[in-house]
Design a protein around this ligand. Structure first.
Ligand SMILES: *Cc1c(COP(=O)(O)O)cnc(C)c1O
Length: 461
C-alpha cells in the first residue's frame, strides 16, 4: 500500500481524535510507519525528530527491545486476567509496589486504570466517596482551572477547563468549578510573575469562600499545565495554593499524567514544586506509551478511609492492572531507574535544553521562551516589545507547526504557543538539532506571515 491508499481508507473509515474530520479528509493524514530513538518515519520516507514524544508519553524513546521482550514474555505467561473478585497477578503486584516505592512517602496505594482520563474519573469518585465516609457528604465540589486538561471522558472533560470541549460536551458533570490559570505570559504581564502567582492563588480562596468551605472537596491541577501550553506557574503560586488548601482542609489532586516519570527532572512534578498531593493520576510516561495504562496513586489519608470505612468501592475497569501493560510499565520504570534518566533530565539535559531553548528568544517573532526539565514553550508574537499577538486569522501557531513538520520536526501548537516535550533519552546533539529546526521553522513562519493567511483546525489534547 502507498501513502494515497492509506489516506483514502483513513478518510473513508477513520474518525480521528481532536480532529476536524472534513478538513483532515480533504488534506489527507500523515502516515507514520516506524520509529527509533527520538525519530519517527513517515510513508514518504521522511525522518522527523519527535519533539513531542508522541503525545508526551514516549519517555524512553522508540524501539526499546527490553519493552518488547517484557510484553512478549507476559503475553506468553498470562496475556490477560482481571483484578476484580479477589484476584491479582504478579505484574500488577510488582508494578504497584514499584510505583509506591517511587512516589512520595505518604503514598502507598495505587488504583489501576487504562488511561489518564479513566484515572481522573476515578479521582472524582474517590474524592467524593472519601468525604461522604468522613461524614461530610456536602463536601462535593471540586475546583479545577481554566485551560487545564484532565482527559476526554465526561469526568475528565468536566474537570478540565478547555472551553471548546465544554461547549461541545453537553452539560458537564455537576459540582465542578473552575478558577483562572497561572499563565503569566498570557494573562499576567501587567504585574510581576510573583504578584501574579499570588493573585491566582487568591482566586482559589475566593472560589472556596463563594462555594462555602464546607462544600469544597478537592482542588485538581497539573503541576505544569501541559496541553494548555506548557505553562510553568510563577514560583509564588504553588506555595500560596498549598496554604489555602491547608487552611480549608481541601484535598489536593496533582494530575501527573504528563509531569510524572521524569518530565520535569523528578519522578513526579509534585516533587519539583514541593507538593504533597492526596491523589496523583498517572498515565502516559508510565509505560512510555508502549501500551495503554494509567492509575491513581492514593495517599494514606484517603486510602485508609476507603479501606477501613468504605466497604465495596463500586468502580473499576476490565483492564485495571492489565498484566501485559503492567509488565511493560514495570520494565519501563526499571529502565528509567537503571539508566539514571530522571537525574540526567534534572542535572544535564534539562539545564542544557533551557540554555539552548532560551537562545530562541532573540527571534523576531518570539515573545518568550520558557522550559523546565524537558518541556518547553515559545510564545509567538507580532511585536516583541509589547508582546502583541498575531491576528488570530493568521493562524500563526498552526502555520509554524506545519512548517516544523515539513522541515523534519514535530513541535505542537496551542493557539500561538509552540510546545515541545521530547523523549527523555534525547541526546545533547539531538537537542541542538531540535533547536536548529525550530529556528528554521520560525524564520519561515515569520516570512510567510507577512504574505499568506493560514487557518486550520486547532487540536486541543
Ligand atoms: C493526556 C492527559 C490526560 C488524559 O490521558 P488519556 O490517557 O489521554 O486519557 C489527563 N491529564 C493530563 C494532564 C493529560 O495530559
Amino acid at each position: 500500500m502507498q501513502t494515497q491508499d492509506y489516506q483514502a481508507l483513513d478518510r473513508a473509515h477513520h474518525l480521528h481524535p481532536f480532529t476536524d474530520f472534513k478538513a483532515l479528509g480533504e488534506e489527507g493524514s500523515r502516515v507514520v510507519t516506524h520509529a527509533e530513538g527520538v525519530y519517527i518515519h513517515d510513508s514518504e520516507g521522511n525522518r522527523i525528530l519527535d519533539g513531542m514524544a508522541g503525545l508526551w508519553c514516549v519517555n524512553l524513546g522508540y524501539g526499546r527491545r527490553e519493552l518488547v521482550e517484557a510484553a512478549t514474555a507476559q503475553l506468553e505467561q498470562l496475556p490477560y486476567y482481571n483484578t476484580f473478585f479477589k484476584t491479582t497477578h504478579p505484574p500488577a503486584v510488582r508494578l504497584a509496589e514499584k510505583l509506591c516505592d517511587l512516589a512520595p512517602a505518604h503514598i502507598n496505594r495505587v488504583f489501576f486504570t487504562g488511561s489518564g482520563s479513566e484515572a481522573n474519573d476515578t479521582v472524582l469518585r474517590m474524592v467524593r466517596r472519601y468525604w461522604a465516609l468522613k461524614g461530610q457528604p456536602d463536601k462535593q465540589w471540586i475546583i479545577g482551572r481554566e485551560n487545564a486538561y484532565h482527559g476526554s471522558t465526561l469526568a475528565g472533560m468536566s474537570l478540565g477547563g478547555m472551553a471548546p470541549m465544554h461547549a461541545q460536551g453537553g452539560p458537564c458533570v455537576p459540582g465542578i468549578a473552575h478558577i483562572r490559570q497561572p499563565y503569566w505570559f498570557g494573562e499576567g504581564r501587567d504585574m510581576s510573575p510573583e504578584a501574579f502567582g499570588q493573585t491566582c492563588a487568591e482566586a482559589l480562596e475566593e472560589k472556596i469562600l463563594e462555594l462555602g468551605e464546607e462544600k469544597v472537596a478537592a482542588f485538581i491541577a497539573e503541576p505544569v499545565q501541559g496541553a494548555g501550553g506548557a505553562i510553568m506557574p510563577p514560583e509564588s503560586y504553588w506555595p500560596a495554593v498549598k496554604k489555602v488548601l491547608a487552611k480549608y482542609d481541601i484535598l489536593l489532586v496533582a494530575d501527573e499524567v504528563i509531569c510524572g516519570f521524569g518530565r520535569l527532572g523528578e519522578w513526579f512534578g509534585s516533587q519539583h514544586y514541593g507538593l504533597e498531593p492526596d491523589l496523583m493520576p498517572i498515565a502516559k510516561g508510565l509505560s512510555s506509551g508502549y501500551l495503554p495504562i494509567g492509575g491513581v496513586l492514593v495517599g494514606d489519608r484517603v486510602a485508609e478511609t476507603l479501606i477501613e470505612e468504605g466497604g465495596e468501592f463500586f468502580h473499576g475497569f476490565t483492564y485495571s492492572g492489565h498484566p501485559t501493560c503492567a509488565a511493560v510499565a514495570l520494565k519501563n520504570l526499571e529502565l528509567l531507574e537503571a539508566e539514571g534518566v530522571v537525574d540526567r533530565v534534572r542535572d544535564d539535559l534539562g539545564p542544557y535544553l533551557a540554555e539552548r531553548w532560551a537562545s530562541l528568544v532573540d527571534h523576531p517573532i518570539v515573545g518568550e521562551a520558557r522550559s523546565l526539565g524537558l518541556m518547553g514553550a515559545l510564545e509567538l508574537v507580532a511585536d516583541k516589545t509589547t508582546g502583541q499577538r498575531f491576528d488570530k486569522s493568521l493562524g500563526a501557531g498552526n502555520l509554524c507547526r506545519d512548517l516544523c513538520f515539513a522541515n523534519g520536526l514535530v513541535m505542537r501548537s496551542v493557539g500561538d504557543t509552540m510546545i515541545i516535550s521530547p523523549p527523555l533519552v534525547i541526546r545533547r546533539e539531538e537537542i541542538d538539532e531540535l533547536v536548529e529546526l525550530a529556528r528554521r521553522a520560525l524564520d519561515e513562519t515569520a516570512r510567510q506571515l507577512t504574505q499568506v493567511p493560514h487557518t486550520q483546525e486547532e487540536p486541543t489534547a
